[in-house]
Design a protein around this ligand. Sequence first.
Ligand code: ATP
Ligand code: MG
Length: 774
Amino acid sequence: MSAVPPHRPQGPITSQFTPREPGYLAGLNAEQREAVMTTEGPLLVLAGAGTGKTRVLTTRIAHILASRKARGAEILAVTFTNKAAREMKHRIGGLVGASVEGMPWLGTFHSIGARLIRRHAELVGLRPDFTILDTDDQIRLIKQLLQAENIDEKRWPARQFASMMDGWKNRGQLPKDISSADAGFFANGKGQKLYADYQARLKTLNAADFGDLLLEGIRLLKENPTVLAEYHQRFRYMLVDEYQDSNTAQYMWLRLLAQSRDGKTSSNICVVGDDDQSIYGWRGAEVDNILRFEKDFPGAKIIKLERNYRSTSNILSAASHLIANNESRLGKTLQTDVGEEGEKLTVTSVWDSEEEARQIGEDIEQYQRQGDNLNDIAILVRASFQMREFEERFITLGLNYRVIGGPRFYERKEIRDALAYMRIVAQPNDDLAFERIVNNPKRGLGDATLQIVHDTARAAGIPMLAAIRELIETEELKPKQRSTFREFVRQIDDWADRLRTIPHHELAEQILDESGYTAMWQNDKSADAPGRLENLKELIRSMEEFENLAGFLEHIALVMDRDSGDAADAVSIMTLHSAKGLEFNTVFLPGWEEGLFPHQRALDESGLAGLEEERRLAYVGITRARKRCKISLAQNRRIHGLWQSAIPSRFLDELPTHVVEVTDTGSSYGGYTYGGRAATRFDARDPFESVYETPGWQRAQRQQQTRKGPGPLTIDGDLVARSSGPSAAYALGERVFHLKFGYGTVTAAEGNKLSIDFEKAGPKKVLDSFVKRG
Ligand code: ATP
Ligand code: MG
């Protein structure tokens, strides 16, 4: 029991609570049981992955309810995702039956935060039916404020301000808490005023943004002692999962609810977490929150759980060795309780990401034949762009999959926008595409102007783009809008022309650049913007696989039409960040290459701290696996249309040899073979050796090379064939056959380009790889 006496009076113990051990405690180990039963006083459960932290929380709620220590409404439980909240509700129901009076306040910080301020909306200047703004609305609002202040949006982008505000809100700072130094640089000292204006404007609109759901709660509780006292009384038991990823605002909110102002009385708060799984530092999470729990809640009891019930010993050993390379950690022991060594982890080196997807698809089909459920299989990627290759492969194979924690690749906003640009170029009648992009990025076209276009199109029964062509010749629109539309039409015509002369994927890149769409995201300072730019690059890369734009768009239409999202049995695809807290029998971890994982951005922006957060992500990834953990890396990745030979992730060198099996299905390249010799490399290494002395990846780095990949090639703008191996030298006068132009005679040769006088098509310059000896 805690060293401190119980802070709250215990509820009556009713006759239903018998001294006989209740069923829900069965199977718990001694420490878990202690964590469940220590209901009074502050408690910190600090333990590694898979040790039953979440299970302890769930059982603890069941115990509090079943033993009538509190009613559901007197319990507040915070989970990291809404999905986790649903699962927990379900499990509690299963443990204590339906007889329980009322469900706890159970959800994410944001959902509970919203519930709290809705109950007292008038005290924070809102009505109970206030709306929660999404990012687009938020940006629109900031833009209006920038305009009102005559601030040049090009210099001071709205998105940059949005992310600054996000930072303040994550730290629990209201406009009055912002020093001019914090906001000073933005718009030459206007930051603080803008923030205040923005908050005021939200109130007039009866709206709150995401950050407000907690920030306004903090203000509510601070400014209204009676409300605070009410909740103090109410929430007799508080529980928080994944506490290592809470940010300052969440911490302040929680502490207000849990502790009286003088700090003398506190609720029975129980937080569980694992410092090794703190992976949201980039979004403002403060792992320090977990480290200071003891200080903030004097007399807090700490319970450590050291038995892992999830993974085989091989998997656990790999994860433990890897995470031991982090300097800043509390350090924990973990022992498996699964009782079997299990399969070794596999590290598979493949030629490129396409082969990676093919290989993983084959493995999954094989597991399926052996009787595995697809639900027990997950693919965890570092960056969302990696998902595309898997989605395409699974669609081809007819393998059900679902993307967790975000839209499927082709349904992402930036991808839909980019596709709309391609569609309007390929098909000028596509009004839906037109509407999506006409003012995206912003071209200063208001709703009224677009309504005129709409009306004109409808009246004449013509597509909107055609309506514009007419409108720019008349006086209907103001000169400024006319010239905007004139430029827009000129661009579209220009792109359509170029489609005939340059490869469609190159054109796609030009369209996104020239339309300002790429720049829009480049100027965007929000955390998801770099990921969106990566997705756009991946989209362009994927276009290269198609003969022409029409073929590509048709493929997309088919892909989008396929919906296996609701299938009962499906492989899960998600980012490592979304995988926290989950578990699967088989986990695939693709893309273990330097730059991708660890991600270059994390290294560039946060140095060693960034690297350590990436390593924690790797730890989270490996520890999601119960039985099988299959890591892979591509030897080549195409970046900016160029093939780069990839360097194996330094994390691979940190896995202990005896639990890893290395295979190489791709051809070796650039003198660097990962497979075979890699095992020797592992053997020679102390798993705790500093990553910076790793000879493996340094050697590879020296050998990094860039070359043009074996992608499809085009002639006169049309793709006529895929390159197939090295080109042969042709003699002048030689008769050759070309896939598109037929027979002809070589008249000149320069590098890989041949001038050929074709019998039917006349003289043309072509690439030799499309030519065969006649
Ligand atoms: P993470 O750090 O990944 O969130 P966790 O510590 O929350 O992990 P849980 O998800 O609660 O761990 O538990 C991991 C797995 O072990 C679950 O399948 C859970 O049901 C099982 N488990 C936990 N405790 C026991 C136990 N005492 N006996 C058998 N299985 C257990
Ligand atoms: Mg958990």
